[in-house]
Design a protein around this ligand. Sequence first.
Ligand code: PGA
Ligand code: MG
Length: 222
Amino acid sequence: MTPPLAVDIDGTLSRPDRSIDGRVLDVLREWEAPVVVATGKALPYPIALCDYAGIDQNVVAENGGVAYVQDDLVFHGDREAAQDVVDEYRARGHEVGWGPVDLVNRWRETEIAVDRESPLGPLQEIAEKRGLEVVDTGFAYHVKEPGLSKGKALISVADSLGHELTDFVAVGDSANDESMLAEVGTGYAVANADDRAKAAADVVVEAEYADGFLAAVERILE
Ligand SMILES: O=C(O)COP(=O)(O)O
Ligand SMILES: [Mg+2]
């Protein structure tokens, strides 16, 4: 039987230039079990992805800070503490990046993402002082509460879908996928994954990015 699937977006469903590889959309649409899109992105991004892919909107967003499943929207934290970190970072003369409108953070409710062009050291120092952490996804530095993770948020999403976390397979590429890769039944890391994701995964496939996702799917369905 096809297992339920939790899947990361950036680095996993994308090509190296961050565009979604169109081949993955039909794979998700034809998946014969629940699919949960689990991402560091703010909620509108995975919601739109599910909508355009034609799949149920089962979503973990903001690295576990927000979850949406079956018309139930749950916040596992708030943005205030991350905002304080970023305000201090700015006061010290550093930039969050993303330009004046900042669509990356505009709809973020439980954490804040900082452009990787900005210095990591002071961001980490301020976050730690205030009891938060910084996770590097390879696409952004995320300032978040240490207790929040994709894996933890997936527990209640899985429950709403009538499953245990261990029923799931998951595919991901970076440190923000560590928790879900470790805690699902079988975790798959794509070849471009960072060391933390690879160490947490049960299987590291040879192919990269969306090719890696499709290779994992072949393994899962064989
Ligand atoms: O937004 C990011 O930094 C990473 O997003 P992802 O979790 O979908 O890879
Ligand atoms: Mg990713």
